[in-house]
Design a protein around this ligand. Structure first.
Ligand code: ATP
Ligand code: MG
Length: 432
């Protein structure tokens, strides 16, 4: 036998029945995005490396050590598998002058790539669902995005998340804060880890974002950016808080919340849980009013968030949240292969009506026993068996046997009148 080839480390296959949970989540997301009038955008998975270096910032975990970058051996271009999608959305919006006639609301879903140490909730290919509102300056849209996430949690049945918010102010305010932050960390340089020392002068704000528990005290004692905000920034923050308060959205203000990416200003927020260990952030976002210009577009404010699909699913599982497992409406039992032309003709009619039907397919040893076919019918979760026996077919009929509620009940149904009885096979779920 040839040597087996396995998947790349940290990159997962998602097979049934697991994939059904993904489809269920995606369906809810699509519905919620539509209810909020966010429209879907799809950008390439591969982009020029420069987009992320410029968009995310050079002194960030992502750009420093997590990107899958390589040279295209055919034309020498420097390319990167997208580690996140906001930079790509901004590039696309700019490239197509998409904001020419006003602000836009967009959402996306898809795989992202980061070379991290794989562990639960942290993979090298993972999936994000994101929402971005471009061209809106006010805190009302920041609030709308948070409410959108909250309605997603509600629709999914996710309860164990809490919201943390902060404001990063504007560049001038950050500069004033930065000077004092550097002074503070310089006084405590002995307590900084290697990353902290390196970032002390290049990106001290990022030190607040450390996951190193040993630095907790020095980080907590650091000057708070919120104390450096001017009137306009504070008004923006208060505007956001007022809407959240009025809508019963609970939150805490976390002054150490600075986000891992360089491009944020004003509002930043995270939905976090205590139930997934160190991988507790399930959704994170904020305002990035300066990113569009950085990427070469015409200045426009913007705000958005991204949620980690694997983490949301892990949390749902942790909570024991049920979701509807897919099962066909009916399973076709076919004792004799010679019936297949008629069987498939009937199944096609049923499927055209929206009935979900699984067919028993014969193997090299024939159709298999009646008993083994019924076992499969049961295992499929179908609510009905359609028995295409020779006697039934001779009468121009099929027997519909109930496998779930009122199990055992049988009805003879005329093949010529599928349209009349077919819909009765459908469960409420498959009628959606
Ligand atoms: P973390 O602090 O956990 O590394 P991050 O700040 O790097 O997260 P973002 O870039 O803000 O994460 O991405 C948004 C969301 O995407 C995260 O909150 C998380 O839910 C998810 N996410 C990020 N990296 C991974 C990963 N490697 N595997 C799975 N999910 C991820
Ligand atoms: Mg990270």
């Amino acid at each position: 036998m040839a040597e087996k080839i396995s998947a790349v480390k940290g990159m997962n296959d998602i097979l049934p029945p697991e994939s059904a949970r993904w489809e269920w989540l995606e369906g809810i997301v699509r519905e919620q995005m539509a209810r909020h009038a966010y429209r879907n955008i799809r950008t390439p998975i591969l982009e020029h490396t420069a987009l992320f270096v410029r968009g995310i910032g050079e002194v960030t975990d992502i750009v420093e050590k997590e990107m899958y970058s390589f040279e295209d051996r055919l034309n020498g271009e420097q390319l990167t598998l997208r580690p996140e999608n906001t930079a790509s959305v901004v590039r696309a919006v700019t490239e197509h002058s998409y904001l020419y006639d006003g602000p836009k609301r967009l959402w996306y879903t898809g795989p992202m790539f980061r070379h991290e140490r794989p562990q639960r909730g942290r993979y090298r290919q993972f999936h994000q669902i994101g929402a971005e509102a471009l061209g809106f300056a006010g805190p009302d849209v920041d609030a709308e995005l948070i409410l959108l996430a909250a309605s997603l949690w509600k629709a999914l049945g996710l309860t164990d998340v809490r919201l943390e918010i902060n404001s990063l102010g504007q560049p001038a305010e950050r500069a004033a804060h930065r000077a004092q932050l550097i002074a503070h960390f310089e006084r405590h340089a002995d307590k900084l880890d290697e990353d902290g020392k390196r970032r002390l002068h290049s990106n001290p704000l990022r030190i607040l974002d450390t996951k190193n528990a040993a630095m907790k005290d020095v980080v907590e004692a650091a000057p708070k950016l919120l104390d450096f905000l001017g009137e306009a920034s504070l008004a923006h923050f208060d505007g956001l808080r007022a809407i959240l308060d009025a809508n019963g959205i609970a939150y805490t203000i976390n002054p150490r919340l600075v986000r891992g990416l360089d491009y944020y200003n004003l509002s930043v927020f995270e939905f976090v849980t205590d139930r997934l260990g160190a991988q507790g952030t399930v959704c994170a976002g904020g305002r990035y009013d300066d990113l569009i210009v950085q990427i070469g577009g015409k200045a426009a404010p913007a705000v958005g968030w991204a949620m980690g699909v694997e983490r949301v699913l892990a949390l749902l599982e942790e909570q024991g949240t049920a979701f509807p497992a897919p099962a066909p409406d009916a399973f076709a039992v076919v004792p004799d292969a010679s019936a297949m032309p008629v069987v498939l003709h009937t199944l096609t009619k049923l499927r055209d009506m929206g009935v979900q039907v699984q067919m028993h397919a014969g193997g090299p040893d024939g159709q298999g026993s009646f008993k083994s076919q019924f076992k499969r019918a049961d295992a499929s979760g179908a609510r009905h068996a359609l028995i295409f026996g020779a006697d039934e077919l001779a009468r121009g009929e099929v027997t519909v046997k109930s496998l779930r509620d009122g199990a055992g009940a049988q009805l003879a149904r005329p093949l010529a009148e599928v349209a009349a009885w077919g819909p009765s096979l459908q469960s409420a779920a498959s009628q959606d």
